[in-house]
Design a protein around this ligand. Structure first.
Ligand code: S3P
Length: 423
């Protein structure tokens, strides 16, 4: 589907509620499937990726139905699937499921779409193999076949800071005798740790190391907050479209996810957190954002995992900041739904952005008037589609976005919510 986006000069105004967090939705349905009894998940994401996780849990014998909320009934044990398990476009589904399935007493095969079948899975296959798992893959990529095996606990130190790899190992560790620990260079998002604790698991965290023991999870009612990665497009839009003033309600403010807020503050953006509270073990609040004069900054090191999914839209923001913005230490962006470094640089250049690719990030000179008047590509990548739409709001001439339907992977309500602020 092609989408034409036109310049919006009047300013974004009003308040919207940000829809459910994709990351937390995956974890909620998977952990509820591992607990014995009835769990209730409130505000489960409508995105395609969490649906892939839900369908796989059902294929593994878990009963789940929507009745306003998502109610999950599980015996706490999974059964052999009758067919291949389709993870669609979702790396989170595939990597987490590897951890859950590696210690089961049955065979399973995980498959994905064209983009997911090109993404690296060795990062989870290697540590699982150290735990004793028997896994066959297509040279470290999907399809992934997992054979029945009992796993043993390990202490694993990862070169990557990755919540997906960390969660995979923790989920595998839940089934092992003894303690399994995972250490990463910088702390990545910790939703799995929080939810495991909330559901009664034996889990402890010390600096960059998480340790789990064999655990029986208790079913719970889990209320999922709004996704800060979805809020990011509105935050950037309000900062760069003159005369904007908006309120984003019910946004998750877990400190391992709020890198974008720290960057915006560093750039001089006018942003305020209101009504901070805790819901199901996660910090939540409302965010007020106003149009701002911005200055450049350097984004590197420990903050990168805290804003990894926001970097494409931060690139759009940086085109409107005075000076040179540098993003480094983000080489894993090349392994996301697309090579996001190459994709964002190529597509923003078409509109006249002064942006150059580096091996582990990009360098942007601002402030630049974006000309637009071009057709841009989304590379089967939802975050590219939404970042380019955000850029389109300040382009002098309309832009045409090819493959806009990819937004449905995480955020089907995206355009409708923008229209609520525009009309
Ligand atoms: C996710 C973790 C991140 C992120 C992805 C979702 C998660 O990946 O990019 O969109 O839900 O755990 P990595 O942890 O592999 O960087």
């Amino acid at each position: 589907m092609n989408k034409i986006v036109k310049k919006f000069a009047k300013g974004l105004r009003g308040g919207i509620t940000i829809p459910s967090d994709k990351s937390i939705s995956h974890r909620a349905v998977m952990l509820a499937s591992l607990a014995c009894g009835k769990s209730v998940i409130k505000n489960f994401s409508g995105g395609q990726d969490p649906k892939s996780s839900l369908e796989i849990c059902k294929a593994l014998g878990v009963n789940a139905e929507f009745n306003g909320d998502l109610t999950v009934y599980s015996r706490g044990i999974l059964s052999a699937p009758k067919a291949n398990l389709d993870c669609g476009n979702s790396g989170t589904t595939m990597r987490f499921m590897c951890g859950i399935l590696a210690g089961q007493g049955f065979n399973s095969v995980l498959v994905g779409d064209e983009s997911l079948s090109k993404r690296p899975m060795k990062r989870v296959i290697d540590p699982l193999t150290l735990m004793g798992a028997k896994i066959q893959s297509n040279d470290g990529k999907a399809p992934i076949e997992i054979f029945p095996q009992e796993l043993n606990a390990i202490n694993y130190t990862s070169k990557l800071s990755s919540a997906q790899v960390k969660s995979c190992i923790l989920l595998a560790g839940l089934n092992c005798e003894g303690k399994t620990s995972f250490t990463e260079p910088y702390v990545s998002r910790d939703h799995t740790e929080r939810m495991l604790k909330f559901m009664g698991a034996d889990i402890s965290v010390k600096e960059n190391t998480v340790t789990v023991g064999k655990s029986v999870l208790e079913p719970r009612t889990i209320e999922i907050c709004g996704d800060i990665s979805s809020a990011a497009y509105f935050i950037v839009a309000a900062l760069i479209v003159p005369n904007s003033e908006i309120i984003l309600k019910n946004v998750g403010l877990n400190p391992t996810r709020t890198g974008i807020l720290k960057v915006v503050q560093k750039m001089g953006g006018n942003i305020e957190i209101l009504d901070k509270r805790t819901v199901s073990g996660e910090e939540v609040g409302d965010i007020k954002v106003c149009y701002s004069e911005l200055k450049s900054c350097t984004i590197e090191g420990e903050i990168i995992p805290q804003l990894i999914d926001e970097l494409p839209v931060i690139a759009v923001l940086a085109t409107q900041a005075e000076g040179t913005t540098v993003v480094k230490d983000a080489q894993d962006l090349r392994n996301k739904e697309s090579d996001r470094i190459k994709a964002v640089v190529t597509e923003l250049k078409k509109s006249g952005a002064n942006i150059e690719e580096t091996q582990d990030g990009f360098v942007i000179e601002g402030k630049t008037e974006l000309k637009g008047g071009c057709t841009v590509e989304t590379y089967h990548d939802h975050r590219l589609a939404m970042s380019l739409y955000t850029a389109g709001l300040i382009c002098q001439e309309p832009i045409e976005i090819n493959g806009f339907e990819w937004v449905n992977i995480s955020f089907p309500e995206f355009e409708m919510l923008f229209n609520n602020l525009i009309l």
